[in-house]
Structures are given as structure tokens and as C-alpha cells.
Design a protein. Structure first.
Length: 300
């Protein structure tokens, strides 16, 4: 056994921390399925296996992925003071992440997409709405994870920072949604983007998914420039908001340029908005996320 530890670089403490984190993660991921069914007022088993509701499955997949992303920000491993502190931290931040993910979904439903009843549409097997719901949930989780990695310890200041980071993420998602609605209306004789989602425009949902996820990645870039300190918390939160707006605009501009070059000769409005071309929309989503990833990596 000692030889195995020497070869792999593992040790008993690391394996115990791993067992603690994996066990709590599996429990919380299982809880996410239960919570998703309860919040939608349906049986997750029936929706997935009997009704074959792909929209619900996509939405649930987004929630599970989102919680997994949040949990990666809660893991401290061998840096934890003890096994108990690791378990407490993992479970506490995991529960907080689950709550914030669900709260973010409520805010997105009632503020960002206030003209669309996502719960009813998902129950009605609307895949485009399922995609939008999953993307917004993942976007929220990306920002929460960044804040978890930014803060230190478990106290009032860290929870305040996490909540404030969550609020910033929701504000940016609402802002981006309003901008995309304006652009869609401008290009489509004042048609409604939310009505397009309701009508099952999958290509538009894919494009929108790339836009909100890239926005979330842009928001996380602030964590590379601001040092966490309880004494300057409110200044840092304000700076995070300002930096998020600047980064979101920068990502949008670079993405627009990249799309024109990579998709040269293709009328994106005609292909995605009018013909619901899923292939072109998928490339748009990939470009949006790629530009945001590259830019945030450079910032780091």
C-alpha cells in the first residue's frame, strides 16, 4: 500500500477527503432531482421515464450540471483544517448553491423571461424552453463557483459576498436578455423573442444559451483582478459589477467580430431567426462560449 501511495503521489488523508467530497456531492446531486420535481410540481420519475419529457430532462440536466459546477468551488481538499470542516464546508456551500440555483431560476422566470411560463412550457415538452432554462441555470452556477473560489472561510462576510455575487450575475443575465430581445425585435419586425421560445424555436434557444453562458464567464473575470477582503467587501462588489459590464461588452464585441469572420457569407438572421437552422445556431453558441473562455483565460 505504501508503494502504491509513493507511485501515485496519493496519501490516506487525500483519499479520505476525496471520499467525503464525493459522498456529499452524490447526495446533493440526488437531492437536486427531487427538488426539481417538487418545484415543477411533477414526478421526476414519471416525466423522465413514462412521459419521455425531453424538455424536463434537459432542464434537470442543466440543474445537475449547475450544482456540480458549484460544488467544484466548495472543495478545499487537503487545505481544509480537518475532515469535519471539509464536510461542513462542502455541505453548507452545496446547500447554499442548490438554493441559489433555484432562486436564480425563479428570478430568470419572473424578471428576465417574464412573459414566458417556463414551468408550463417544460411540462408541455417544449425543448427550446428546456434549453433556455438549463443554460440560465448553468450560467448562474458559473458565477457562484467563481465567488466561492474568490472568498475564504465560512463566515458572514463570505456569505454576503456569495449573495452579492449572485445578485450581480442575475442583473447581468437580465441585462443581456433585454439586449437580445431588442436585437431580435429589430431584426424581425418587432417580434418577441420570448414568444419565439414559446413557439419552440430550438435554434434561437441554442443561440441564447451561448449568449448567457458567455456572459457568465465574462462576469467571473473580475475575480482575477479583485482581492477578497472583508474590510473592502462592498467596494469589491461594486467593482465586480462595473468590471462585469465592461467584460460583457468586450465579449459581445469580440464575439460579433468572430462570427462575421468564422461564418462569413452566412446570413445569421435568415438562417437562425427565420429558418431555425440548428447547425448554424450551434456554431454561434460555440463561438460565444469560446471567445469568453479565451478572454477570461487571458485575464487569469
Amino acid at each position: 500500500m505504501n508503494t502504491l501511495f509513493e507511485i501515485t503521489g496519493l496519501n490516506l488523508d487525500l483519499l479520505i477527503f476525496l471520499a467525503i467530497d464525493i459522498s456529499i456531492a452524490i447526495i446533493l446531486l440526488g437531492a437536486m432531482r427531487f427538488v426539481s420535481g417538487v418545484s415543477a410540481k411533477v414526478s421526476s420519475t414519471d416525466e423522465l421515464a413514462k412521459e419521455d419529457n425531453f424538455a424536463f430532462g434537459i432542464s434537470l440536466a442543466g440543474s445537475v450540471t449547475a450544482l456540480g459546477i458549484v460544488l467544484t468551488g466548495a472543495i478545499t481538499g487537503e487545505n481544509a483544517e480537518s475532515y469535519l470542516m471539509e464536510a461542513v464546508g462542502m455541505f453548507t456551500y452545496g446547500i447554499l448553491g442548490l438554493v441559489l440555483i433555484k432562486l436564480g431560476r425563479v428570478i430568470h422566470d419572473r424578471v428576465a423571461l417574464n412573459k414566458l411560463n417556463k414551468a408550463e412550457q417544460i411540462k408541455a415538452k417544449n425543448i427550446s424552453v428546456g434549453l433556455v432554462d438549463a443554460a440560465s441555470t448553468i450560467a448562474t452556477a458559473i458565477v457562484i463557483r467563481a465567488v466561492l473560489l474568490w472568498v475564504h472561510g465560512i463566515d458572514i462576510s463570505t456569505f454576503t459576498a456569495i449573495i452579492c455575487g449572485f445578485i450581480v450575475s442575475q442583473a447581468m443575465l437580465v441585462l443581456v436578455t433585454r439586449i437580445r430581445e431588442y436585437q431580435y425585435a429589430k431584426n424581425n419586425q418587432n417580434d418577441s423573442l420570448q414568444e419565439a421560445f414559446e413557439n419552440g424555436q430550438v435554434a434561437l434557444a441554442i443561440r441564447y444559451s451561448g449568449q448567457v453562458i458567455s456572459t457568465a464567464l465574462a462576469v467571473t473575470a473580475a475575480s482575477y483582478f479583485l482581492s477578497y477582503s472583508p474590510d473592502t467587501l462592498w467596494f469589491n462588489i461594486f467593482a465586480w459589477l462595473v468590471f462585469s459590464i465592461v467584460m460583457t461588452l468586450l465579449v459581445s464585441i469580440l464575439t460579433a467580430i468572430a462570427k462575421r469572420i468564422i461564418l462569413w457569407g452566412i446570413n445569421l438572421v435568415e438562417e437562425v431567426d427565420h429558418q431555425s437552422n440548428i447547425g448554424v445556431a450551434s456554431v454561434e453558441m460555440a463561438i460565444s462560449i469560446s471567445i469568453a473562455l479565451i478572454l477570461t483565460a487571458l485575464m487569469a
